[in-house]
Design a protein around this ligand. Structure first.
Ligand SMILES: Nc1ncnc2c1ncn2[C@@H]1O[C@H](COP(=O)(O)OP(=O)(O)O)[C@@H](O)[C@H]1O
Ligand SMILES: Nc1ccn([C@@H]2O[C@H](COP(=O)(O)O)[C@@H](O)[C@H]2O)c(=O)n1
Ligand SMILES: [Mg+2]
Length: 469
């Protein structure tokens, strides 16, 4: 290899990409049965982003969905319409269709819809029924095949009605359009596309559509994360939504599952530093130098999650600057020994911060035993920054968190800072302590048979403190 290609500058420049760790899963790794449990792997690799779009009839739901799909452009997106799950009427019922309430939740086969969306979420393709609005029936011969995708949009008047359906959604949008505009559009659409006459549309609207809107659709608006006034005319709202979806798609799937997991925004610099500290050939000096830089970034990010109070100061120009005051009741707690490598960065950011210690003995890989702890007496009043550079199984972290909680620290006051997290560790900590925030700089692929993080960086403490010779 030519000399310049091994230089640090070269590595820093060549490193690129989002904040996932650098190991690409290859067939060999995936086929190793003990490398990683398959459900965990599925969780970590594929979690489509599910968007629910609701709103009154003819509010512009389908139009808004089409616009989102067009703008997302480079992502695989599928649209699932609640209409597909209308229960078909028998010939006899069809004769008296004007007496049937198509706007009541019972008009839909919600169980079937749930099953379809769950399958899509798990990465399977599904066959959706095709509904004919003219005959009020499902087409018996054909289905629409929908493949698993990055984004699933579920659209319909009552998609927020059932809690189980809502729970499948990562984002809920309500399209809010004036009732008179909706009625005018509905008359035009139903007469042109659905084989109705104006009188029947008005009669159905007064008898069923409006009352069901008031009873079921409008009350479900409260579940929306975003309300779009004026539907498809609201380009600003649609742009913002598309931008948000793009950001979410760029995030690690575990951040979608656990909202308290934060991966610092990746840059070429960060990727480059990770490339260096993971390299087994790097000198001890460089390992410490680049680890320190990364630790500092994680610490700064973690501090950003602390509460603040607003305050004003007067600048030398005599003007008032409206700013914020840092939270003062803080404490660092390092999990000995590798956590101690993060103390300097914390001290550099928080002048005079108290730092406690917890030592947990690793006895095998599941049995962890608390050996030593020294914590400030008033720790229960402090926000705690828990320090350990590598989150592997999550057992030590959980033990440390449990101790802090026993000492009276509220769960939501704990921020766990690390450089590298294994998905297993994130699952373990976040499931047990959902209010604890985890801030990391990269999420790696998995743990191996020996509970070591893959690709990881080996024994951090030994490499940092020079005891690996
Ligand atoms: N912003 C808009 N301006 C004019 N017509 C619209 C607009 N949005 C939707 N429409 C029309 O109104 C009708 C209902 O819109 P659609 O998106 O199908 O609503 P929904 O899916 O909520 O029932 C369609 O005929 C559509 O072309
Ligand atoms: N056979 C049917 C089935 C449904 N409807 C009406 O469709 C509306 C829902 O579709 P949108 O695109 O408007 O959301 C709903 O209000 C039903 O009244 C129908 O008329 N005939
Ligand atoms: Mg529609």
């Amino acid at each position: 290899m030519p000399e310049e290609t091994t230089s640090i500058d070269y590595v820093m420049e060549a490193a690129s990409g989002p904040h996932f760790s650098g190991l690409h899963l290859d067939a060999q790794f995936l086929s190793s049965p003990r490398s990683l449990s398959s459900s965990l792997l599925a969780d970590s690799i594929k979690q489509p982003f599910v968007i629910g779009v609701s709103g009154g009839t003819a509010s512009g739901k389908t139009t808004v969905c089409d616009m989102i799909i067009q703008q997302l452009h480079d992502h695989r997106v599928v649209l699932v319409n609640q209409d597909s799950f209308y229960r078909g009427l028998t010939a006899e019922e069809s004769e008296r269709a004007h007496e049937y309430n198509f706007d009541h939740p019972d008009a839909f086969d919600t169980e079937q819809m749930l099953e379809c969306v769950e399958k899509l979420k798990q990465g399977n393709s599904v066959h959706l029924p095709i509904y004919d609005f003219k005959n009020h029936r499902r087409c018996s011969e054909s289905f629409r095949q929908v493949n698993a995708s990055d984004v699933i949009i579920l659209e319909g008047i009552l998609v927020f009605h059932d809690q189980r359906v809502r729970d499948l959604m990562n984002m809920k949008i309500f399209v809010d359009t004036d009732a008179d505009v909706r009625l005018a559009r509905r008359i035009r659409r139903d007469t042109v596309e659905r084989g109705r006459d104006v009188n029947s549309v008005l009669e159905q609207y007064a008898k069923f559509v409006k009352p069901a809107f008031d009873d079921f659709v409008l009350p479900s608006k409260k579940y929306a994360d975003v309300i779009i006034p004026r539907g498809g005319d609201n380009h600003v709202a649609i742009d913002l939504i598309v931008q948000h979806i793009r950001t979410k798609l760029g995030q690690h799937d575990l951040c979608k599952i656990y909202p308290n997991v934060y991966v610092i925004q990746s840059t070429f610099q960060i990727r480059g530093m990770h490339t260096l500290i993971r390299d087994k050939e790097i000198s001890k000096h460089d390992f410490v130098f680049y680890s320190d830089r990364l630790i500092r970034l994680v610490v700064e990010h973690g501090l950003g999650h602390l509460p603040f109070t607003e305050m004003q100061v007067v600048t030398p120009t005599g003007s008032v600057y409206s700013g914020v005051d840092f939270c003062k009741k803080l404490c660092g707690v390092s999990i000995v020994r590798s956590g101690e490598s993060m103390e300097n960065a914390l001290r550099a950011c928080c002048k005079g911060i108290k730092i406690g210690k917890i030592l947990i003995h690793r006895d095998g890989d599941n049995g962890k035993q608390l050996i030593y702890e020294k914590l400030p007496n008033d720790i229960s009043e402090r926000h705690v920054l828990l320090l350990d550079p590598v989150l592997a199984t999550g057992n030590s972290a959980n033990q440390a968190i449990e101790l802090l909680i026993q000492k009276g620290v509220p769960e939501s006051y704990i921020i766990f800072l690390n450089l590298i997290s294994a998905p297993e560790g994130i699952h373990c900590v976040s499931k047990r302590f959902p209010a604890v925030k985890i801030v990391t700089s990269e999420i790696d692929v998995a743990l191996n048979d020996e509970y070591r993080v893959i690709p990881g960086l080996g024994e951090f403490g030994d490499r940092y403190f020079g005891t690996d010779d």
